[in-house]
Design a protein around this ligand. Structure first.
Ligand code: BES
Ligand code: MN
Ligand code: ZN
Length: 486
């Protein structure tokens, strides 16, 4: 027995499947998006189905799903459709559910397909069989969820499937606990992906880091009994004119180090590797989508732990690019790791574009909550590209400022730069400004996913745990870079 529904895309009707039909709520009652179902409207009115967003009804053996008013319906609202239809199908113990997307515009179809793949996927690696049997979960309803797409939307649907499966791949790794997902396991996962997907793989070890002077990264790792790893995945397209580096923060656990975090909620800091996992997801999708640009994925992983050898507040280290950093707070560790990784990636790969994805600051969670990631850039045009990419994909980004005044706030007392400011104001922005000092000429975007990377309560279409935040927007922007003139 499978433990989750199988999801598929179909272009023909499937006899025997329970159909889910979408309806807008019009002035005169429900309006089926697929006009072939107009004949059921009278009955729907009789049962007082208004087609409000999220409303479901079973009429004539068909599941009807409300989308609300047509004028207010946005592509991202389509992400709630599979959950609503599956919920009723489950209650009905339906084996096969077919969600009819015909009649929807292309972007809602794309979001619907994404949501179907992502919403059925749960992280249950450590739930024992006995326990799930105890809940009567040995039978799965529905067994399959099929998305019926019109011929014109097949290509988009298939691509949404690749992206969604890469998101699920990223989620599965990010959800692993820190005793399992060590920096060593992260490197093994990266290597396994590379060999399966035909990507180049390089491992930079602690020794290499010492030789190359990645002392900011090493300072973070110095409190842990586990050695840091830096995996590099390389996708090269013959004749490519552009190179993109994508780097993800991979703190397999962030205790705060000597600047120890409070115990409450500290378990969530196993998700501090979500950026690195997003990069793995991106590289998996890139190997399948085969864009005409080079894409280099940087996956730096370490724990941030307190110990007798840990970095201490006041310590000064010289980063890979030669700048000295005063570590005033060992809990501002992500920026130390990324400082070395961004500087190294830029020197080594001479990318036109760099993107980093990081659960960087609690301040970003305060600013934007769980719905949008903070976006910071040294190049307004590149930031615009990401904004466009997010509007066509499944991630939401919000452009934040990055003026030189914020960089001035990071000035060190005893070194070139400090890893925290003394006022604590604008925490998400000053963290981004810190990173900007380690980027010289590449067009660079920093995505702070601290609020979007994981959740403790489900927000449809994603269950509790890691969300795969950042995978979609980067894959979308890769298509824009491919098409860019300069
Ligand atoms: N990993 C945290 C940021 C974080 C907080 C992610 C909450 C997800 C949810 C990061 O390393 C951190 O500890 N940042 C500090 C920075 C501070 C010391 C300047 C923070 O945000 O408190
Ligand atoms: Mn921290
Ligand atoms: Zn952290």
């Amino acid at each position: 027995m499978p433990d989750e529904p199988k999801v598929g895309i179909v272009t023909k009707d499937v006899a025997g499947a329970t159909h889910a039909i979408l309806c807008f709520s019009g002035k005169e009652g429900p309006e089926p998006v697929n006009e072939g179902y107009k004949g059921h409207v009278k009955k729907l009115r009789e049962v007082k189905f208004l087609a409000k967003a999220g409303e479901v009804a079973l009429v004539d053996g068909i599941i009807f799903v409300g989308l609300g008013e047509k004028g207010k319906f946005k592509p991202r609202h389509a992400r709630k459709i599979p959950g609503a239809a599956i919920g009723l199908a489950k209650a009905l113990r339906t084996r096969s559910l077919l969600i009819d997307s015909r009649g929807l515009d292309v972007l809602p179809v794309k979001n619907l397909v994404y949501a179907a793949f992502v919403s059925v996927h749960k992280y249950e690696e450590f739930k024992t069989k006995e326990e799930s049997k105890g809940k009567g979960a040995d039978e799965v309803f529905p067994e399959e969820v099929l998305i019926f797409v019109s011929d014109g939307h097949v290509a988009v649907a298939n691509e949404a499937k690749i992206v969604a499966e890469s998101i699920n791949f990223a989620r599965d790794i990010a959800n692993k606990p820190a005793n399992v997902a060590t920096p060593q396991l992260m490197a093994a996962e990266a290597k396994k992906l590379a060999s399966r997907a035909g990507l180049g793989y390089k491992l930079i070890t602690k020794k290499d880091m010492q030789r190359m002077g990645m002392n900011a990264f090493l300072a973070v790792a110095s409190g842990s009994g586990r050695e840091p790893t830096l995996s590099i995945l390389e996708y090269r397209s013959p004749g490519a004119k552009k190179t993109l580096v994508v780097a993800g923060k991979g703190l397999t656990f962030d205790s705060g180090g000597i600047s120890l975090k409070p115990s409450k909620g500290m378990e969530d800091m196993k998700f501090d590797k979500s950026g690195a996992c997003a990069v793995l997801g991106i590289m998996k999708a890139v190997s399948e989508m085969r864009p005409k640009i080079n894409v280099i994925g940087m996956v730096p992983c370490t724990e941030n732990m307190p110990s007798g050898t840990a970095a201490k507040p006041g310590d000064i280290v010289r980063a890979y690019n030669g700048k000295t950093i005063e570590i005033l707070n060992t809990d501002a560790e992500g920026r130390l790791v990324l400082a070395d990784v961004l500087a190294y990636a830029e020197r080594k790969y001479k990318p036109d574009y760099m993107i980093d994805i990081a659960t960087l600051t609690g301040a970003c969670v305060v600013a934007l909550g769980s719905y949008a990631m903070g976006m910071f850039s040294n190049d307004d045009e590149f930031a615009e590209m990401l904004k466009k990419a997010s509007s066509e994909g499944f991630d939401e980004v919000w452009h934040m400022p990055l003026w030189e005044e914020y960089s001035e706030m990071n000035k060190g007392k005893f070194a070139d730069i400090a890893n925290v400011t003394n006022t604590g104001e604008a925490g998400a922005v000053t963290a981004a400004a810190f990173l900007s000092s380690f980027v010289s000429s590449a067009k660079w975007v920093h995505l702070d996913i601290a609020g979007t990377a994981y959740r403790n309560k489900p927000i449809p279409p994603v269950d509790v745990g890691c969300t795969g935040s950042g995978v979609s927007v980067v894959l979308e922007v890769i298509k824009l870079i491919e098409r860019a003139k300069h």
